[in-house]
Design a protein around this ligand. Structure first.
Ligand SMILES: C/C=C/C(=O)SCCNC(=O)CCNC(=O)[C@H](O)C(C)(C)COP(=O)(O)OP(=O)(O)OC[C@H]1O[C@@H](n2cnc3c(N)ncnc32)[C@H](O)[C@@H]1OP(=O)(O)O
Ligand SMILES: NC(=O)C1=CN([C@@H]2O[C@H](COP(=O)(O)OP(=O)(O)OC[C@H]3O[C@@H](n4cnc5c(N)ncnc54)[C@H](OP(=O)(O)O)[C@@H]3O)[C@@H](O)[C@H]2O)C=CC1
Length: 447
C-alpha cells in the first residue's frame, strides 16, 4: 500500500468517509527529518552559517502506532516555521532532548523518542484514522491542525491550556510533525479547514496566526483595543504579517518595522500607513556587543512620534529580542505593554529598567495559543477576516532550501511546502467566497 491510493481518494469527489476508513494504511511514508547522530554537525559555526540544507533530510519512515485520542492525518501541505529552523540548526538546544524527556513520561509517549525527528508544526489535510475515544472527527474530514500538544491531567492547565505542565509544541517538542505525507496529532489539535483556501494556503497561517492572536489580541496577551498604537517588528514576516492584519482589523494603528522598500510596499498593500524601514534609517541600538546606544532609542522614538502625530506606543509586538528589546521598552508609552514571544537575535535581553518601572510599563511573555485561542484564530481565517500570507511554495524535497530562506530572512510572509498535494491550488471548496477575497489571499504571492 502506498500513499498514492490515499491521494487518489482525496482527489476523487466521490470518496465517502467509509472509503477513507477502508483505505489500508501504508507501512511507511516520506517525512522531513533531522538526525540525532548529526546534532554536533555545526559545532563551532556562527548561527548564520549553520545551513538547514545540510541537516534536513527527506526519509522513508515507519508509520507510528495510533493511540487513544489521536488521529493520523494525510498531509496535503505544510509550512515552514522558524521553530523548524531552530531544530535544523540545533539551537538553542537539540530538540532530541525534548523527545527523550517526553518519551520518559509514559508508555505511549515512548514512540516519540527516536533517532530521527519528523519536524513541522502546521498542516492541512484529511483525517485517515482516529484512535479510541475520538468522536468529533472521522476519516475523510478536511482539517488543519494547530500545534498545541497537552495532556491536561493537571489542573494547572484547565483554565488556559498553554499552562499545562506537559505543554509541548507538536513537531518541535514532539515527533511525527507536519512536514511529511502523514502526521500523528492529538485529535484536539484538529480544526476545520477553511473552505475557500487551497491546501497550501490553509496550512500557512496556523502557528503564526494563533501566536499573534494570543500575543496581541487575547486578554492573555496585550488585549489590544481600538486606537492603540502597535509597534510591529518584522511586520511582513511570519508573525508580523498576521499581527499587522489583527491591528488593522481591530481598529488599531500599526507602526510597521521592516527592512526593505519591497517589504514596506507589502505593509502598505495590507493597509498600513506608518512604516519604518530599519535598514534605510540605519538604527544601531547596540554600539558594540555589550553596550546599547540610548540616543538611537530616542531617534527611533522620535520617528515613531512623527508617524503617529506625537503619540507613543501602546503595545510593542516583540520577537527579535536582544537586538531590539531595549528600544522596544524605551518607546512604549506610560502604562503601555511590551509583549514578547521570542528572541531571534539572542535571548539574553538588556533594557533600562528605569523606563519600565518609572513609567509603569509591563512586559508580557506569550507563547503559541491555548486551544480556544487557536480555534478563534482559525475561525477568523475561515471567515475571511484574516488572510494567509503565503509567498512561495516548495516541494517536500526542497524543504531544506525553504528553511534556509527563512533562516537567512530571504522570504516574505510565510513559505509553504506541498506534501501529498501534487500541485498548488487544489482543495478549494468554496469558490464564491474565494473570489471575494482573492486579492487579499494573493497579496504576498511571488514577491
Ligand atoms: C510555537 C513556536 C514557538 C517557537 O518558535 S519558540 C522558539 C523556539 N523555542 C526555543 O528557543 C525554546 C527552546 N527551549 C529551551 O531553550 C528550554 O527548553 C528552556 C530554556 C525553555 C527550558 O529549559 P529546561 O532545561 O527545560 O528547563 P530548566 O529550568 O533550565 O531546567 C530544568 C531543571 O530546573 C529545575 N527547575 C525549574 N524551575 C526551578 C525553580 N524555580 N527552582 C529550582 N529548580 C527549578 C527543574 O526542576 C529541572 O530540574 P531537573 O533537571 O533536576 O529535573
Ligand atoms: N513563542 C511562540 O509561540 C512563537 C515564537 N516564534 C519565534 O518568533 C520569531 C519570529 O518568527 P517568524 O515571524 O515566523 O519569523 P520570520 O523570519 O518570518 O519573521 C521575523 C521578522 O523579524 C524581523 N527581524 C529578524 N531579525 C531582526 C532583528 N535583529 N531586528 C529587527 N527585526 C528583525 C525580520 O523582518 P525585517 O527584516 O523586515 O525587519 C523578519 O522577517 C522566531 O524566533 C520564532 O521561533 C514564532 C512563532 C511562535
Amino acid at each position: 500500500m502506498t500513499t498514492q491510493a490515499i491521494l487518489d481518494a482525496i482527489q476523487s469527489p466521490e470518496s465517502t468517509p467509509a472509503d477513507f476508513a477502508a483505505l489500508p494504511l501504508p507501512e511507511s511514508y516520506r517525512a522531513i527529518t533531522v538526525h540525532k547522530d548529526e546534532t554536533d554537525m555545526f559545532a563551532g559555526l556562527e548561527t548564520r552559517d549553520k545551513d538547514p540544507r545540510k541537516s534536513i533530510h527527506l526519509d522513508e519512515v515507519p508509520l507510528p502506532e495510533l493511540g487513544p485520542g489521536e488521529a493520523l492525518v494525510a498531509v496535503m501541505a505544510s509550512s515552514v516555521n522558524y521553530n523548524s529552523v531552530w531544530t535544523s540548526i540545533f539551537e538553542p538546544l537539540s530538540t532530541f532532548g525534548f523527545l527523550e524527556r517526553y518519551g520518559r513520561t509514559n508508555e505511549l509517549a515512548k514512540r516519540h523518542d527516536l533517532p530521527y525527528h519528523i519536524i513541522g508544526s502546521d498542516l492541512a489535510g484529511v483525517v485517515l484514522r482516529t484512535g479510541p475515544g475520538v468522536n468529533a472527527w472521522k476519516p475523510g474530514d478536511e482539517v488543519v491542525a494547530h500545534c498545541l500538544s497537552v495532556e491536561l491531567e493537571s489542573s494547572d492547565g484547565h483554565n488556559d491550556t498553554m499552562l499545562d505542565p506537559e505543554q509541548r509544541i507538536w513537531g518541535f517538542e514532539t515527533n511525527f510533525g507536519g512536514l511529511a505525507e502523514i502526521a500523528l496529532v492529538k485529535s484536539n489539535q484538529l480544526m476545520p479547514k477553511p473552505d475557500h483556501l487551497s491546501w497550501e494556503e490553509a496550512a500557512a497561517p496556523g502557528l503564526v496566526n494563533s501566536t499573534a492572536y494570543r500575543q496581541l489580541v487575547s486578554r492573555n496577551g496585550a488585549g489590544m483595543k481600538q486606537g492603540d498604537n502597535v509597534l510591529i517588528w518584522g511586520a511582513s514576516g511570519g508573525l508580523g504579517s498576521y499581527a499587522t492584519q489583527f491591528a488593522l482589523a481591530g481598529g488599531a494603528n500599526p507602526i510597521c518595522v521592516v527592512s526593505s522598500p519591497q517589504k514596506a510596499d507589502i505593509c502598505r498593500a495590507m493597509g498600513a500607513e506608518a512604516i519604518i524601514d530599519r535598514n534605510a534609517e540605519d538604527y544601531k541600538f547596540w554600539k558594540n556587543e555589550r553596550e546599547q546606544d540610548p540616543r538611537e532609542w530616542k531617534r527611533f522614538g522620535k520617528r515613531i512620534r512623527e508617524l503617529t502625530g506625537g503619540e507613543d506606543i501602546d503595545i510593542v509586538f516583540e520577537h527579535p529580542g536582544r537586538e531590539t528589546f531595549g528600544a522596544s521598552v524605551f518607546v512604549t508609552r506610560k502604562g503601555g505593554t511590551i509583549t514578547t514571544c521570542a528572541s531571534t537575535s539572542g535571548y539574553m535581553h538588556e533594557y533600562d529598567n528605569r523606563y519600565l518601572w518609572m513609567s509603569l510599563k509591563r512586559i508580557i511573555g506569550s507563547h503559541f495559543a491555548n486551544y480556544r485561542e487557536a480555534w478563534e484564530a482559525n475561525r477568523l481565517i475561515a471567515k475571511g477576516k484574516i488572510h494567509p500570507t503565503l509567498s512561495k511554495v516548495y516541494s517536500l524535497e526542497e524543504t531544506g532550501q525553504a528553511a534556509y530562506d527563512v533562516h537567512r530572512n530571504l522570504h516574505q510572509g510565510k513559505v509553504g511546502v506541498l506534501c501529498l498535494a501534487p500541485e498548488e491550488g487544489l482543495g478549494v471548496r468554496d469558490e464564491e467566497m474565494r473570489a471575494k477575497h482573492l486579492d487579499a489571499i494573493n497579496r504576498f504571492r511571488n514577491i
